[in-house]
Structure formats: structure tokens, C-alpha cells
Write a protein that binds this ligand. Sequence first.
Ligand code: HAM
Length: 417
Amino acid sequence: MTFKSIRGTKDILPSETPRWQYVESVVRTVFHRFNYKEIRTPVFEQTSLFARSIGELTDIVGKEMYTFTDRSDDSLTLKPEGTASVIRAFIQNNLGESQPLVKVYYLSPMFRQERPQAGRLRQFHQFGAEAIGSSFAETDAEVIAMAIEIYRQFSIVNCELKINSVGCEKCRPLYKKTLQTELRKIALQLSPDSQRRIEENPMRVLDSKNENDIRLTASMPLITDHLCEECSSHFEKVKSLLTSFHISYIVDGRLVRGLDYYTKTAFELTSNELGSQDALAGGGRYDLLTQELGGKPTPGIGFAAGIERLMMIIEKKKLLNDLDIHPTIFLAAADTTSRAWTLEKTIALRTQGIAAEADFLNRSLKAQMREADRQNAAFVLVVGAEELNKQTAVLKNLRVKEEREIPLAALAKILTE
Ligand code: HAM
């Protein structure tokens, strides 16, 4: 019997990990520049945390969560997103007590049982950030600018930023009623999913990807025309800040995110380099979430981005192709006695901070030279009985095809230089 990875999961192979590590380091660098600090939360949580925050009626909670009962009969769920866990940790650890604004970021696997396709996995990875404690539009703009800056680091500058305001508890209920009344009039012509949503969450009908739904709902009232004074001026402020940051955006009054915790600002970054799963990142404000989860009322805003989707663009554009981990030096042995010396020296060089490799498979000198080449070593040193006798050997620089004789005792010093 052979085993295969679970459908919708992927091995990230040694040929790919240098790119992942590089991307992760760039993401961290940008977050640090914006003064966000890393938080790491467990991979599973109480199921009710997600039901409460993301919303019982969302697709994620309704049909995509990996939920299981453990041996103590507790219902647990592999995290489908990061915000709920971060807010849980914020409340549990009183993070808001010592500082008015908590700015955290995370890189983590997430789990959703969706239908796998290009750019959509069941275990995927996100980087994301949350700013907890500011109700000000300045933070909305900062978070959006930060997301865009990360893509700019990879020369991905042509993504589209869509923004909307989904209102608050004051204006949204009234708008929902108005929309519901209009939608009921055309209910029978809509897709089954949209028909169901008219009663459950009418705003999601406007977010339908079904062509016919889109056509039928083209002239429906939009939330942007029904915002209360506070939401409206907040939205205006966000837009003018984005303009002052030289960030272009499209106001999309139909943008409703698939998670129920949002209030006011919602946004998405999409790329036409991706196929049908074109969302690179998404986020928004969640001013009621902390109190919803039992904490003191604290506003918040954040975003998360799919790393696999960023990788798809990086691969498509052939960016970061030259990243590789390779030995600085390959110590090749010309005979059996010198083989012992090369192994010993290799270990010693490694403890001195030098990436060294030797032959551990008893191969011929010719095969060792081929291996040094395949490993893309910067230098190769061939050592045999004669070299050990004279205590000197020829150091070949494989990059510039130069060689020079050096004393063996000086090897580490020369390589460090
Ligand atoms: P989300 O829109 O559900 O938001 O996910 C954010 C990003 O994760 C998406 O734009 C996409 O790039 C990636 N993603 C989502 N599902 C998959 C999947 N099945 N396979 C591959 N990539 C995927 C959130 O998760 C919110 N927590 C964002 C947020 C943070 N809002 C406020 N703070």
C-alpha cells in the first residue's frame, strides 16, 4: 500500500522551500517596518469560537470547517482563518491592558474543506495582520498600505484594490430590509444559493459569482448609498487617506466578504494573473468582534493573504528563481585516506559557520566533482595523499573558474574572507 497526501493539501518540496522562506522573510520585514509584532496561536480552537465570530450562516462555518470531537468529547476545529484566534488571544491575555493599540501579524496554515482547484486548497497558508484598538480611518489606510507594500516588494504592482463600507449596526439593518424587499421580488429567478441568502444574509446575494444573479441584481440598492453619517464620513476619510498615500482603488458597493464579523471598511486585493480564484488578500474592520467574543468593546481592523496565490504569481513571472541553498565549499577526496580527512574537515568547517559538503557515498573523484557542480558549490578543494603530505591544496572557485594553491590550515580563514 502506498500513501498519498490528502486531497487539497500539498507538499512544499526542497526545491520550493527557498522561495517560501524568502517570501516569509520579506513579509516579516514589511510587518516589522510597520511596527507589527508576530503572534502565534494554536492550530485548533473550540469550534464555537469560529461559529460565533465568522458567523453560523457563512459557507466557512456551514460547510467548510474541519471539525472533530476529541477524546474528552470537546468539539474542536482546525483554524479556517486567523482573526478569531487572534482576538481570542487578545482577550485571554489582556493584551489591550498595557497598550492602547495592539498591532500583530501571523503566518500560519489554515484549513477549509473547499473544492480544490488552482489557487484553492484545503490546507493553505496565510500571512495576515490585525490592529486592535483603533477606530480611526488612519489605521484602515495603514493596514491597506501595508498589504500593498508587501506585493510591491515582489514587483507585483498591478493588483486591483476594491473597497467598500458594509456599514454598522445602526445603518446596516435598515439597508438589509430595503435590499431584502427588492430581492424578494426577483427571488424565483435567482440561483438556489442566492434564494437562500435573501433571508439569511441578503448582502451576500450581491456578491454572487453567478452571471445571471449579477445581471438580475445590477440595479439593486447599494449599501454605499445607505450608510449612516458616521460610516459615511469614516469611508470618505479612508478614501482620502488612500489617495494621499498614492494608492488607487475602486469602490465596489457589491463587495461583501464571506465572513460576518465586518463593519465599515471591507477590502479585497485581486490580480488578473490568477485564474478564477483571483483574490490575493482580503480584510476589513470588525469593531464589534471583540465584545462579541466576550472582551471589552475594542475596535479592530486587519487583513489576510493567501501565500500559495502569491507564489503562483511569483512562479508565473519567474521571480526568485535564483534562490537556492548551496554549499560554499565541497571537499573532494582523491583516495580513501584523504576521505576521512575531508569528512572531519567538513564537520569542523560547519562548526565554524561555513556551509561545507563532502562525499558521504564513497564515490569516485570524478563523481564527486560532478556532485560539487550539481550542488552548485562555490568552491571545491581536491585533497589526496600528496596534498595531505604537503599540507597545501588547490582551491577552485567554480564561479569565476579560478584556482590557487592554499595552505590547508588557512582554509576556514580564506573561506570566511
Ligand atoms: P479571507 O478572504 O477568507 O479572509 O482569506 C484571505 C485570503 O486567504 C484570500 O484572499 C485568499 O488569498 C486566501 N485563501 C482563502 N481561502 C483559501 C483557500 N481555500 N486556498 C488558498 N487560499 C485561500 C480571512 O481569512 C480574514 N481572516 C481576513 C481578515 C483579517 N479580516 C480581518 N482581519
